[in-house]
Design a protein around this ligand. Structure first.
Ligand SMILES: [Zn+2]
Length: 96
């Protein structure tokens, strides 16, 4: 029989780190969400998939690399909670 899975914090962090792996080592800038692509009224945190937008109870700001990557239409967003919790694991540096 398989051991019971405990949904602890380590596990939570693991999947978020995996989701945001492509941003590892990035310099990130905190900014207020604004519409980047006409008609796209929200963005998702690349780590936890949480919504970042200017409406409802969504996060109003998040961290981005500051530029839209080739082949992408929107900025890559990371919510503040993920940024602070995963910064060590993903070697994120906040640009002041
Ligand atoms: Zn997040």
């Amino acid at each position: 029989m398989l051991p019971l899975l405990h949904m602890g914090e380590t596990m939570t962090d693991d999947w978020r780190v995996e989701n945001a792996q492509h941003l590892s080592g990035s310099v990130m800038v905190l900014r207020t969400w604004t519409e980047q692509v006409p008609g796209w009224d929200h963005s998702h945190c690349v780590a936890c998939d949480g919504k970042i937008s200017d409406n409802g109870s969504d996060d109003r700001e998040g961290y981005t690399t500051g530029e839209i990557a080739p082949g992408q239409r929107d900025l890559q967003w990371v919510c503040a909670e993920c940024f602070h919790e995963l910064a060590d694991a993903l070697h994120w540096v906040e640009r002041q």
